[in-house]
Design a binder for this molecule. Sequence first.
Ligand code: NAD
Ligand code: UGA
Length: 469
Amino acid sequence: MKIACIGAGYVGGPTMAMIAHKCEGVEVTVLDINEERIAAWNSDKLPIYEPGLEEVVSAARGKTLFFSTECEKHVAEADIVFISVNTPTKTRGVGAGYAADMTYWESAARMIARVSHSPKIIVEKSTVPVKTAQAVERVLSNNVLNPGARFDILSNPEFLAEGTAIKDLEKPDRVIIGGRQTPSGLKAIDTLKKVYAQWIPEDQILTSNLWSSELAKLAANAFLAQRISSINAVSALCEKTGADVSEISKCIGADSRIGPKFLNASVGFGGSCFQKDILNMVYICRGLGLEEVANYWESVITINNYQKRRFVDVVISSLFNTVRAKRIAILGFAFKKDTGDTRETPAIDVCNGLLEEGAKLAVYDPQVTEERMKMDLSMDKFEWDHPYSERKAKEVNDLIECSESVYKACEGAHALCVLTEWDEFKELDLRRIYDSMVKPAFIFDGRSVIDGKAAKKIGFVFFGVGKPL
Ligand code: NAD
Ligand code: UGA
């Protein structure tokens, strides 16, 4: 069986590597129009950092796993075509700021129609608006050139999280496959189910109609993000009342109806998907006249923005209402630990908030390159069309230093802010850091990784999200 996947990103690369690694009798080719990315997948330095990924890729690459830019050739030959292209938030036109931009998606579908001459199963792997399969069916059926081509569309959304992608792919909580409830649709569901059943217990492979599967993905991300905004809303209340949000998480998480996961208060959630998928759901709801439902989900984003702003405000007000020309160490820039991904990382908003006040930032992250950080901070959030701003880039060059270690970043700093929960931040020599800082020395822990009591004992002024002051 030949499998092709259009899109060699954070999802396409690892998911296809796992299929190639686990399945007998398949040949998997991951495709991308980005030549640099494909070259990296074919090299020793993979384009994404993900624990365990190198081992899985190197076990299968060149045997059952291939990476290529020859999209048309491999799609034409494939029995199953996964589409795993990006579906970012639209930045202009109707629905800008909310709707998913389906440009890449539609161009992939049109290419499939153009080059196909045999029956194929088309699998939606990207996260898409509910009812996308209907649009894909129309694009395919209206553009097919060869009478031998016939398509069954399946929805098979991905639930992996970055930083734990390989673990998640190896032992997913569930796989969902949605398809048309027709004989041909059900046969296609069964074919894809047999691929996953080679390593996932069958009772964890759920099947459904197309729309449930598409919407389940948006709903799952909305629920997860909602839990974080809920606990972050509680964290604000804790800081005003003397309650401790970690104790509250433990207490409410012990209720088996609630469960303990995703209750870590933080500086705010980041990542390429939570915000994008909720905004997309809000857009869909509004389009369907469900204003109250749209408002409900949008409030998850409102609280997240509030949480990031609140963190910046606490830093500024604690530092005597001025951070101008003060050195502030930023520990962590990635949106979570064990990834180098910075898409929608809360660090961008926090750093921007401090840069606007003239602070000098010394940033340390073990996986994010200086080039990436500077590029992210040189974007003008409100300039949708041409976000790269020369003015901001100059300011960033003047005000940002990328440090080679936590200790270097903290030298001469008035404060340190923890924005990513990297494990190495849990074992810092706080005494050494304190001795190298300007006094009073402040810690603002946005990830609950620093022992606040120990820090205070050394002499730090300590602020932890949701902790008693
Ligand atoms: P990504 O940007 O890392 O990768 C997408 C890739 O598709 C890019 O390399 C791009 O060059 C390529 N591409 C775009 N159009 C193409 C075309 N016409 N032909 C060939 N290649 C093309 O994105 P990602 O993070 O892998 O996300 C992909 C989808 O999966 C999104 O819909 C996202 O919401 C969803 N998703 C992401 C995650 C995650 O953890 N990142 C998890 C679950 C679901
Ligand atoms: C998330 C989902 O967890 C995946 O199931 C989904 O497939 C993926 O989005 C997607 O569709 O892209 P991801 O964004 O990679 O995965 O990472 P998460 O572990 O969910 O973390 C997202 C953000 O929430 C991070 O910034 C993280 O630090 C933050 N977070 C998470 C908290 O602030 N508190 C928590 O308790 C958990």
